[in-house]
Design a binder for this molecule. Structure first.
Ligand SMILES: Cc1ncc(C[n+]2csc(CCOP(=O)(O)OP(=O)(O)O)c2C)c(N)n1
Ligand SMILES: [Mg+2]
Length: 665
């Protein structure tokens, strides 16, 4: 008889998760470092009880109790304020740890569970593993309609948790204890699969969580999940090499996959060996140090003029670990050469085939190293490489001007700063290993254009989902993953108002963040966009409703500094550029979470990318401004390309056994 261990389903989940490891390049890590949670009736008696027991066990282990398996540790519980936010925290953590480690999130049934839908979508869209453990309605249904239960007349097995299905890469519900082993193994497989990872959801009916079962002891043996580095197919790699050798104006576009695969060194070596310039997406920013001679900065709608000029004329674009979002391709208008072709190195075929590219399905580092070997002796034309550096130099001058750092201390120290000056001051005063975090508003674009990233992990801007409210919660996860670095969260007033409550968690856990709140009394980003789409300013400034019946009264008296102080953070306020620099230096030196509050104008002062983003304008309107915007839109729209031409020319098939007519009929 094999040995069994009697535990509740929830206790089994916690015990199992504490013994899971990921491994890549021979290095092992705890896969699940801890569990965030907010308790309700759907999880307090199940997962809550199991986490409490684990907490007590850890303490007993620390005190030397030989019965506690201290080798594998237990799952530490973290409290937070909002279920969406805890998923963001898990994403920030996992992204910073190159997707090799993550956090679990437990919720009650109903609203607690559905609060995670946005976080799950963000995780899946960014391809970042997070483990979600929502409580679910009774499996037995013994108590009838349970509090917060959705009752669908189409079938009683539907619960609100089903909203997590489309945003999860793996979703399962443990109706019976017997299912748990296979469900957990499936969940771990999905978390450690670099091709198709994201939100992994294991829904746990509240009665099943508390149910006891005799588990085979081997379920809880320590388990190591290998994170694969798939090799490129030889024939496909050969085709990629031939395409690069034949190109005259090649351009590399580095995406997030470069960082997750820890391929930044391999990228630098390829770039230096071949002279190919390197542009970066939002997720790929930091792949090459900003001042490397071959770095041409960000590409696309919020890119540098250097990268965008090179994209416009490139005959071959090598995308590495990019999902080719519309911001990167400038809504398919960035690449202007009619004969441009794409080589897409990606672990996921989904991305590899985009833009009719040659899909090199492979780990980024493996593929880059193979390319460097195969391309020995070949270099892009020196004049082209120099031109790329020159273009990058012109862009850097534009950034320096926008930073307006001037003299020793910078800019007009007595004036209210522009956002570009805020970014300049933060960049200037932060250290090379410090990390900037952002997600939505006008700052991600401005940061992508202007932030000077020295360290591969120094730029953590979430722009797959660009989710307002990610910033502080995500920054918390980044800092938990990299406690030895300063983490600077840049957050607009709109995003802050949507989700600032995790400042409380930072204070509770003694985790130090520097949070820079840029208060411009509205949505600078959408305000600017609204003008280009013929809806000037509508609904984008925080104003009272006036006698006109519209939102055109005085600016609302919102005091975000007071708000942040009320949540337990240290708060510093800056009215001028000089004060901002003083506040930043104080915040960076502080040991507690410190918020720097600065008032800025809605216009941000950032240089133009000379690019485009497709946001459709009303085709008919009674408003002349909208009609003018439509005309401009139609003009831009004509620059959009389909990129449908096949990568390689078709070669007529040769049948091995031609019939009398030379083929089948
Ligand atoms: C959850 C969510 N809702 C709506 C949007 C659309 N949106 C993008 S930016 C933005 C305004 C952000 O305002 P703020 O944080 O003040 O930054 P600013 O634009 O002023 O720089 C909005 C509403 C979004 N990205 N996320
Ligand atoms: Mg704002």
């Amino acid at each position: 008889m094999s040995q069994t261990i009697t535990l509740t389903v929830a206790q089994a989940v916690v015990r199992f998760l504490a013994r899971q490891y990921s491994e890549r390049d021979g290095v092992q890590h705890r896969l699940i470092e801890g569990c965030f949670g907010i308790f309700g009736h759907g999880n307090i008696a199940g997962i809550g009880q199991a986490l409490m027991q684990a907490d007590l066990e850890r303490n007993r282990g620390a005190e030397g109790d030989p019965e506690v398996d201290v080798d594998h540790g237990t799952l530490r519980y973290f409290q937070c304020r909002n279920e969406q936010a805890m998923v963001h925290t898990a994403v920030g953590f996992s992204r910073m740890r190159n997707r090799l480690q993550t956090l679990a999130c437990t919720t009650s049934v109903g609203p607690g569970a559905t609060n995670m839908v946005t976080g799950a979508a963000l995780a899946t869209i960014n391809r970042i593993p997070v483990l979600l453990l929502p409580g679910d309605v009774f499996a037995t249904r013994a108590s009838g309609t349970v509090l917060q239960q959705l009752e669908s007349p189409r079938g009683y097995d539907t619960s609100v948790n089903d909203t997590l299905r489309p945003v999860s890469v793996f979703f399962d519900r443990v109706w019976r204890p017997e299912q748990l082993g296979s469900v957990l193994l499936g969940a771990m497989r999905a978390l450690t699969d670099p091709v198709n990872t994201g939100a992994v959801t294991v829904a746990l009916p509240q009665d099943v969580q508390a149910q006891a079962w005799d588990w085979p002891a081997e379920l809880f043996d320590a388990r190591v999940w290998h994170v694969a580095r798939p090799l490129p197919e030889v024939s496909v790699l050969r085709e990629a090499v031939a395409a690069i050798r034949a190109s005259e104006r090649p351009l590399i576009v580095a995406g997030g996959g470069v960082s997750y695969s820890e391929a930044t060194e391999a990228l630098r070596e390829l770039a230096e060996a071949t002279g190919i310039p390197v542009a970066e997406t939002q997720a790929g920013k930091g792949s090459l140090a900003w001042d490397h001679p071959q770095s041409v900065g960000a590409i696309g709608a919020t890119g540098s003029t250097a990268a965008n000029a090179l994209a416009a004329e490139a005959d071959l674009v090598v995308g590495i670990g990019t999902r080719w979002s519309d911001f990167t391709t400038a809504s398919m208008s960035a690449f202007g050469d009619p004969a441009v072709r794409f080589v897409n190195i990606n672990v996921a075929a989904l991305d590899g085939h985009k833009l009719s590219g040659l899909s090199v399905v492979a780990d980024a580092r493996e593929a880059l190293e193979a390319l460097t070997t195969e391309l020995v002796g070949w270099r892009a034309d020196a004049a082209y490489t120099h031109r790329a550096s020159d273009l990058a130099g012109v862009w850097d001058s534009a950034v320096t001007a926008a930073y307006d750092l001037g003299g020793d201390l910078g800019g007009d120290l007595g004036a209210a700063p522009l956002q570009s000056q805020v970014i300049g001051a933060v960049n200037d005063m932060s250290g090379p290993r410090d990390v900037v975090v952002c997600a939505a508003g006008s700052m991600p674009g401005d940061l992508q254009k202007m932030w000077r990233t020295s360290d591969a992990k120094g730029y953590q801007v979430e722009y797959g989902y660009s989710c307002m409210g990610y910033e502080i919660a995500g920054g918390l996860g980044v800092k938990m993953a990299a406690p030895d670095r300063e983490v600077i969260v840049m957050v607009g007033d709109g995003s802050y108002l949507m989700m600032a409550q995790e400042l409380v968690t930072a204070v509770q856990e003694g985790i130090k963040l520097v949070v820079v709140i840029v208060q411009n009394h509205g949505f600078a980003s959408i305000g600017a966009l609204s003008k280009t789409v013929g809806v000037p300013g509508f609904g984008t400034i925080y104003r009272y409703r006036s006698d006109t019946g519209r939102l055109d009264g005085d600016i609302l008296p919102v005091d975000l500094a007071a708000n942040a102080a009320s949540l337990g953070a240290e708060v510093l306020h800056a009215d001028t550029l000089g004060e901002l620099r003083q506040c930043l230096s104080q915040a960076l030196a502080a040991t507690r979470t410190t918020v720097v509050h600065v008032e800025c104008d809605l216009s941000t002062g950032s240089p133009s990318s000379r690019s485009w983003w497709d946001v459709p304008v009303a085709e008919v309107s009674t408003h002349p401004v909208t009609r003018t915007a439509r005309t401009a839109y139609e003009q831009q729209k004509s620059s959009q390309r389909g990129h449908l031409a096949p990568f390689a020319q078709f070669r007529p098939l040769r049948s091995p056994n031609p019939g009398p007519e030379g083929g089948l009929n």
